[in-house]
Design a protein. Structure first.
Length: 137
């Protein structure tokens, strides 16, 4: 078995009070390892901060892209709805014009042939009555 004296002889002078049996070279290596460990801790802390900033920036960029895409889609939907409303208005205007022209034509026909207009009105009334009776039976 090794005694304290054997360890002192193998590691150096052993004159240190804080670390009996530890050589100056070993102390120097331990101090350098401690400094390296502290530098590694600092580097890891800096890396953590960098990754946090990167993730935050990526989230911000993703939110901006989503807002931009949403705004683009909203604009397209608004434009499409506006086009549909405009076309619907044009169709309603055309239908209104055709109804006015049909009414004017019926009025002119009634003035030219009053008995024919009355006969036509009676026929329309009978047809409406038959349709109404067919539903109620």
């Amino acid at each position: 078995m090794n005694s304290h004296a054997d360890i002192s002889r193998n590691t150096g002078s052993g004159s240190s009070a804080a670390y009996p049996g530890v050589s100056a070279e070993t102390k120097k290596t331990a101090n350098e390892a401690g400094a390296d460990l502290q530098a590694l801790r600092d580097d890891l802390s800096n890396l953590k901060d960098t990754v946090t900033k990167l993730v935050s920036q990526a989230g911000s960029d993703a939110a901006k892209a989503a807002r931009s895409a949403t705004s683009g889609v909203a604009n397209q939907v608004t434009d499409a709805a506006s086009n549909i409303a405009e076309r619907g208005s044009e169709l309603a205007s055309a239908a209104s014009e055709q109804a006015k022209s049909f009414a004017a034509e019926l009025e002119a026909m009634g003035r030219r042939n009053p008995l024919g207009a009355m006969a036509g009105a009676v026929m329309v009334g009978v047809l409406i009555g038959l349709i109404g009776r067919g539903r109620s039976s």
